[in-house]
Design a protein around this ligand. Structure first.
Ligand SMILES: [Zn+2]
Length: 365
């Protein structure tokens, strides 16, 4: 019912938007589209910026007088027609489906992605409200049960079995869990290692992976679990710039989706590892270290400037600086150099605080 109500409201907003464009044209004016700009960080750590607020940071006015703007409006309107049809027919489509409806006009996927983001900003809604969904990439296992559109996900009956994270997160309900914490792992290979080691049998937890950069359903599902279950969340990533960027995507959201950060970020995420300082602490041999490439160094230097690091997690920033200073990186799998199950039997348990919920302090890592 709720979805229909929101679809109706969006359809009427689409009608208003196109009506105002038609009015401008019929009055002989050049039509314009005003799109608010959002960002979740800037590159001035010491400024008095408002990046962490969810307010727009300026706006962009698209007009037909500039050719690149005219193209952007053309794409926007074409995607808007497709979205309108999805909403009218109460059907769902993927970003990829939309691309293939006019591949010669859109030329590449990112053009469609930007149009979808523009539409969300214009209509002040989230992507799933447009009935545009992504293919689910995330996996979950552990001490958890829930329903999605009437279908039961009973992970508890076999906590070492991987389930695909549902795409329609708004349909997830009746979440039941006896877990003590949620563990996010960056990579599927690490998730499988934990499944093989029956990590969730020995540890009352829920394990999630977004298999690299997490998609929207994975991040919304994680956020739903944190909101409903009030559990601490730990994140385990490779000790390299990509791992760190994935960690920040879970906690702060991504720049492209900054307009929707309020429903996508999970500020409770704590960084469990692997820290650059873990290399010596856990006696990893030199052969496990890889030198940072020129591209890695450039990425790291750029990330160090992000204002949210300085403002919210200065201790993360110090570890990132250390990575750059040492000029080396390593993968989580490097811990297998000791024994195959070192990760699940020694490393992770040694990192999880004895008291998982520290009152008033559960945002600190
Ligand atoms: Zn800022």
């Amino acid at each position: 019912m709720e979805r229909n109500a929101s679809s109706r409201a969006l359809l009427s907003k689409i009608k208003d938007l196109t009506a105002s464009l038609v009015k401008e044209i019929s009055e002989g004016k050049s039509p314009s589209v005003c799109i608010h700009k959002f960002r979740n960080y800037c590159t001035d750590p010491n400024s008095n910026c408002l990046c962490s607020s969810d307010l727009p940071k300026g706006q962009q006015v698209l007009t037909l007088t500039r050719q690149c703007h005219a193209y952007r409006i053309d794409v926007l309107l074409r995607v808007l027609v497709i979205v309108q049809k999805l909403l009218q027919e109460n059907r769902h489509g993927s970003k990829r489906d939309i691309y293939y409806m006019h591949p010669s006009v859109f030329s590449e996927q990112s053009v469609v992605d930007r149009a979808i983001n523009d539409i969300c900003i214009l209509l002040q809604c989230s992507r799933h409200n447009l009935n545009v969904v992504s293919v689910g990439n995330g996996l979950v296992m552990g001490w958890l049960q829930f329903l999605e559109a009437g279908r039961k996900f009973d992970c508890i009956s076999c906590p070492t079995t991987a389930y695909t994270i549902p795409v329609h997160v708004e349909e997830v309900k009746d979440i039941v869990s006896v877990a003590k914490y949620i563990l996010i792992v960056e990579k599927e290979s690490v998730f499988q290692r934990l499944a093989n080691d029956k990590f969730c049998n020995a540890n009352r937890c829920i394990v999630i992976t977004g298999r690299g950069y997490p998609d929207i359903p994975t991040r919304r599902f994680l956020r739903l679990l944190v909101e409903k279950l009030c559990l601490p969340v730990y994140c385990l990533v490779d000790c390299d710039p990509y791992g760190f960027d994935i960690l920040t995507t879970y906690r702060f959201g991504s720049m492209q989706m900054a307009y929707d950060a309020k429903i996508l970020r999970v500020p409770e995420v704590q960084w469990l590892g692997a820290f650059p300082s873990d290399f010596e602490k856990y006696n990893l041999p030199q052969q496990c270290l890889l030198p940072l490439t020129a591209e890695d160094k450039r990425r790291t230097e750029t990330m160090l400037l992000r204002c949210y690091l300085q403002k919210e997690v200065p201790e993360w920033r110090l570890e990132l600086e250390l990575m750059l200073q040492k000029g080396v990186k390593f993968e989580i799998e490097a811990f297998s150099v000791h024994t195959l199950s070192f990760l699940s039997e020694q490393y992770i348990p040694s990192k999880i605080p004895k008291v998982e919920v520290l009152p008033g302090n559960n945002f600190k890592s």
